[in-house]
Design a protein around this ligand. Sequence first.
Ligand code: HEC
Length: 109
Amino acid sequence: MIKKQMVMLSHCVTVMVLCAFGPARLAVAADINKGGQLYGLHCANCHGASGVPVMGGAPNFQRSEKLLQPDTLLLAAIRGGKNAMPAYVGILRDQEIIDVIAHLRTLQR
Ligand code: HEC
């Protein structure tokens, strides 16, 4: 009887551990707060803190300009740069760019 309870207890612990640490392992989960900080540091000079561009030719994120495309394409554009926009490969890790993209989507009005 006690052995059976021990087995059940160990199953419970396993489930608890999986619940506590499982989601954190998802590499695709974006950190919007971190993305906002990185945006302020690397992007706001041209794109504006609120997504209204301060540099001519940059898209207006408040109006969703250029944001109506999947994250994978945005990631490629930000990694590689585009015309007056510098490339961020080697400056930001892909996970950080994904965080920034999550922030970009919060700027849409
Ligand atoms: C030096 C100014 C500058 C900085 C810094 C900058 N951008 Fe840009 N960005 C631009 C300009 C200008 C364009 C328009 C490029 C074009 O289409 O010719 C653009 C375009 C974009 C686009 C649209 C790409 C597409 O698919 O056409 C995205 C998304 C973007 N920027 C995100 C970012 C993010 C995120 C950062 C910070 C990590 C950033 N930009 C930093 C100037 C800048």
